[in-house]
Design a protein around this ligand. Structure first.
Ligand SMILES: Nc1ncnc2c1ncn2[C@@H]1O[C@H](COP(=O)(O)OP(=O)(O)OP(=O)(O)O)[C@@H](O)[C@H]1O
Length: 464
């Protein structure tokens, strides 16, 4: 195979992988040689080689082989460091890992030749933009992250993303780091947790090597610090972070931060730092919605399916999970793992019964605790009637049917006894409640509209 024939194959790949993928991943591959069935490319970074291998290997092999060559394997060689700046993305999240990393700065050479490979651990390969599901609650955070990752002039500095546990902040941070380093292999990108930042700082103090520390952190093009709330209350670390932050922003370098709450709500953070954190774009990674949770679950089924071949997930199971496990995406993922594992051990489809059975603890924890008051208000709102009419004596269907639905929901979503519920419905007799519940049980089967209303009401009361 020659340079020329690779050029022709490359053109055929363009239509296969699409224009954007082609420009980002295929075009930069430099054909080196084909020997003994191994096709070697020169790539600008390890990351690029890994990525191409992961996502485009099969397409490349297919195309090359259908052009009459025999290639069994692809191989990637990173372009000579002398010709191209090698700038791996470093990721440091756990102090344990950090402890294993070599000391930073004592022997650190001049800032311009600092690389971050020394920092050890890798970014999570699963956390990319393509695996991040976007819905209403996280669309702003996602759009901001994409804009920053796509480069161009520094527009939001810092970009500050905040949200509760397990809602995708770290995923977005890693996705940005991957994207930035793929688009601009020349950039020095440093991603680390605030805990690791402190660890580095303390280590530099101990080794009397603040110069090295400052050089390391101030020579980056992009600094990404996860869980910045960690340095709150830690005076000297805050002070050093403040100086690092100012130095980078003054030089027009991008700073990206995440935290578990908004800058102003981080307890123990100095005011001057808070105002710096607020000076760029602050975006909230909201709690998920039902639709987003369902989208995430659907998207995760593909990779799980590969891990547990032969396991199928029955109708309604993902909906059950999305409806009942409302807090945290990490818990949702845990639930899915458990379902696949059970399905695989038991050699059976994961249907609703199996899901209820093996997730009993999670579903119980997240059982919706609604009050009869809430049910009555939601039902009145839903049918656009007054609360006094819902609870009052009027018997026409316009009021009676919503009332029976409210009784039905009170019976099913609360632990209250029938006499208790009856008291809360204007002091009626408990047999009236029984009758109402039975009526709705029967109507659910006959009347689709009733079933839909109930689903919407349950969602409004249970999910968000
Ligand atoms: N929108 C999403 N699309 C796909 N996966 C998601 C999404 N949001 C969260 N996840 C997944 O949920 C898990 C937890 O997310 P992540 O680690 O980013 O949370 P976090 O907000 O950083 O939480 P913490 O504050 O605990 O670090 C990850 O496996 C991540 O891939």
């Amino acid at each position: 195979m020659t340079q020329e024939t690779w050029g022709a194959v490359r053109e055929q790949l363009k239509s296969k992988v699409g224009h954007n993928n082609f420009a980002a991943w295929i075009e930069p591959l430099e054909f080196s040689e084909l020997r003994d069935g191994v096709l070697t490319f020169v790539v600008p970074s390890n990351f690029m080689g890994n990525w191409v291998d992961r996502y485009f290997r099969d397409s490349i092999l297919h195309e090359v082989n259908s052009n009459g060559h025999t290639v069994r394997r692809l191989q990637y060689r990173v372009r000579d460091a002398a010709n191209a700046p090698a700038t791996p993305v470093a990721s440091e999240t756990a102090p344990a890992k950090a402890a294993a990393a070599p000391p930073p700065a004592k022997s650190a050479p001049a800032a311009k030749s600092v690389t971050f490979a020394e920092t050890g651990a890798k970014l999570d390969e699963r956390f990319t933009f393509s695996s991040f599901v976007v819905g209403k609650p996280n669309e702003l955070a996602h759009a901001a992250a994409r804009r920053v990752a796509e480069g161009g002039p520094v527009s939001f500095n810092p970009l500050f993303m905040y949200g509760g546990v397990g809602l995708g902040k770290t995923h977005l941070m890693h996705a940005m780091a991957w994207e930035l380093s793929a688009r601009r292999p020349d950039l020095r990108i440093l991603y680390l947790s605030a805990e690791k930042f402190m660890y580095r700082f303390v280590q530099a103090l101990r080794d009397r090597d603040m110069m090295g520390f400052k050089e390391l952190f101030r020579s980056v093009d992009v600094l990404m610090v996860d869980d910045i709330q960690f340095i709150a209350g830690k005076e000297s670390t805050q002070e050093e972070f403040f100086h690092t932050f100012n130095a980078l922003v003054d030089q027009g370098k991008q700073v990206i931060l995440s935290a578990d709450c908004a800058p102003g709500d981080i307890e123990g953070m100095e005011q001057r730092i808070v105002s710096r954190l607020q000076s760029g774009l602050v975006v909230d990674v909201h709690p998920t919605s039902y639709e987003l949770r369902l989208g995430i679950l659907q998207s995760k089924c593909g990779p799980f399916g590969q891990q547990f071949p032969g396991v199928t997930i029955g109708d309604g199971v993902l909906e059950l999970l999305a409806h009942r496990i409302t807090g945290n995406v990490r818990v949702l993922e845990g639930a899915l793992t458990r379902l696949y594992a059970h399905g695989s051990f038991m050699h059976r489809e994961v249907d609703l019964d199996l899901a209820q059975e093996c997730l009993r603890d999670l579903l119980r924890q997240s059982d919706v605790r609604v009050t009869i008051d809430e049910i009555q208000r939601k039902v009145a709102d839903h049918f656009n009637i007054k609360l006094s009419d819902l609870l009052g004596p009027k018997r026409n269907r316009q009021f009676a049917r919503p009332r029976q639905m409210a009784m039905y929901l009170a019976k099913h979503l609360t632990e209250r006894s029938l006499p208790d519920i009856a008291r809360r419905f204007g002091g009626r007799d408990h047999t009236t409640i029984m009758h109402g519940v039975k009526k709705i049980d029967q109507l659910r089967i006959e009347d689709r509209q009733i079933e839909e209303d109930l689903t919407m009401l349950k969602r409004a009361l249970g999910g968000n």
